[in-house]
Design a protein around this ligand. Structure first.
Ligand code: FMN
Length: 511
């Protein structure tokens, strides 16, 4: 018999079996009614999001990141030319388009080698913490746990951060071996107290001291909530608790672990301040909080109690509702907590009124890993920006949106050995470093265009949003920000001006 006839018979038999199965099964009416061809529907709906980005979508469509944004990250990370030719293809007079108003007299300070961009404030200075420090980079990699990320992704991030002097936030999964590759850490813990817990899941100071002593931890972040899923607990299924994850988190291997939706170590604002002070005193490290913005009374009370007690967090990270996550229910991601700009403005205001905003470092996160968006955050009062998914793009993420199901095709958010194999930590560390340096360089160029040596000096009246033709407003007007309350005081301004000019002249001399 001819070979092609054999193939045809096998194919026919296969199709017959599929058709029989489809007709007899009862769970999917489409397959029951349209045996065999019905499978194309699910094939197209699963591959649709992946194909759309290559074939159908325009450059500035798609969420969370448009093709233009992804291309900019990919080019910057690969060290390719990220410039565009011919002019913008964006519609720039509507849709909350960001317009940065340049000065007639731009700043001329040269940019240092690798675009160093230290923070304009010293973290922990207000409370005079033993290990206070000036963050070397205003840009850092935001919280993503070992667990939600693969070990190779965590290693690549840590190494990329070490190259650029940026910090890496551990996320709430404890400190693991790939975190120890030279990059400075923000150790984060949440309601599960991973890396600082007793066996019953309550907070343990001894375990915290052991964890922060075991790695290069610069500061500690207590996570109250994150933008993508505020007010929600979490479950880590036992099958995901590998020996390395169990060790990092301080839990039993193979056992399902639950994080409650609120902390058990404190109940109210004063309790939170006491808890922060206790940890800062025991470790000597600056201690901050991370939260998405919901009900306003929390922020008003926190600023009020901090002013009254002269105690409290050294830094506050505000995460926007548009923030990313490893996994969350859609209703939480879409509807709980305010987006970054609205949330940051509301949370920041009581600290300005209490005269505290120049003492505390404010960090922001929520799709800020692009030059104009980052500058806008600085103009609102942010001192640092945390980036999660943009660094994932630099690591090769294709926005397949499979972070939650273990099938991330790029090996970043999966523990599947085959998929992780494709991620080379050394190569991706360089790509991440290129991206972080490229972003800092562009933030600096934009600040210089505004006539400022550092983004902390860019104020909310220097940036506008255009919503529709002939209708625009400054960030100051839109978010009721008093641009005459600068985010740094005269002493901080003088110090950062000197640092920037020294970094610039060091680079010029080296050239
Ligand atoms: C895979 C993944 C895991 C995350 N894990 C944490 C976490 O453990 N703790 C936390 O506070 N935020 C977590 N986040 C949120 C990010 O830290 C960040 O706040 C948010 O994604 C906004 O930044 P982006 O828009 O630059 O991604 C995670 C985000 C992603 C994408």
């Amino acid at each position: 018999m001819a070979w092609w006839l054999i193939v045809l018979i096998i194919l026919g038999a296969l199709l017959f079996c599929i058709a029989l199965y489809d007709t007899l099964q009862a769970s999917d009416p489409i397959l029951r009614n349209f045996p065999v061809v019905g499978h194309f529907r699910s094939l197209l709906s699963t591959s649709g999001p992946k194909l759309r980005q290559y074939i159908v979508a325009a450059n500035d469509e798609e969420r969370p990141f448009s093709r233009d944004q992804r291309t900019w990250v990919y080019s910057t990370a690969s060290g390719h030319n990220a410039y565009v030719g011919f002019g913008t293809d964006s519609v720039i007079d509507r849709g909350s388009h960001i317009i940065i108003k340049q000065s007639a007299f731009p700043d001329t300070t040269p940019t240092g080698e690798n675009a160093p961009l230290p923070c304009a404030k010293v973290m922990g200075a207000w409370r005079d913490r033993t290990h206070k420090f000036r963050p070397e980079s205003v840009v850092y990699v935001s919280a993503m746990s070992y667990g939600s990320l693969s070990a190779r992704a965590v290693e690549a991030i840590n190494r990329g951060c070490a190259i650029t002097g940026s910090m890496q936030n551990t996320g709430e999964g404890g400190v693991a071996y790939p975190h120890r590759n030279g990059g400075k850490l923000i150790f984060q813990f949440g309601t599960g107290y991973f890396g600082c817990r007793n066996t019953d899941g309550t907070f343990s100071l001894d375990a915290l001291l052991e964890t922060v002593g075991s790695a290069e931890v610069g500061c500690i972040e207590i996570k109250l909530s994150q933008g993508a899923k505020p007010g929600l607990g979490g479950v880590l299924p036992g099958k995901k608790v590998t020996p390395a994850i169990a060790k990092a988190r301080g839990v039993e291997m193979g056992q399902t672990v639950y994080s409650p939706n609120r902390h058990s170590a404190f109940d109210d604002v004063d309790g939170l301040i006491d808890f922060i002070e206790m940890i800062a005193n025991a470790t000597g490290l600056p201690v901050g909080i991370k939260s998405a913005v919901g009900q306003q009374n929390f922020w008003d009370e926190l600023a009020g109690r901090m002013a009254a007690r002269s105690e409290g967090p050294d830094f506050i990270t505000i995460d926007g509702g548009e923030g990313g996550t490893g996994a969350a229910p859609l209703a939480f991601s879409d509807h709980v907590s305010l987006p970054f700009r609205e949330g940051f403005a509301r949370a920041h205001k009581p600290f300005v009124h209490a005269g505290l905003h120049q003492h505390i470092i404010f960090a922001g996160s929520g799709r800020l890993g692009f030059p104009a968006e980052a500058l806008l955050a600085f103009s609102m009062g942010a001192d640092m920006i945390g980036l999660a998914r943009e660094p994932m793009l630099a690591l090769g993420c294709i926005q397949a949106q499979r972070c939650h199901d273990g099938h991330c095709p790029t090996g970043i958010t999966t523990h599947n050995k085959w998929l992780v194999r494709g991620l080379d930590p050394a190569d991706k560390a360089t790509k991440l470093a290129n991206y972080l340096v490229g972003l800092r360089g562009e933030i600096l160029k934009l600040s210089h265009a505004c006539g400022m040596v550092h983004p902390a000096l860019v104020t909310a009246d220097m940036i506008e949003l255009i919503d529709e033709p002939h209708r625009s407003a400054t960030i100051a007007e839109l978010f009721d920000i008093d641009a005459s309350f600068p985010s740094i005081n005269a002493e901080q301004e003088q110090a950062i001006q000197q640092i920037m000019s020294e970094l610039g002249s060091a680079a010029t001399t080296a050239r």
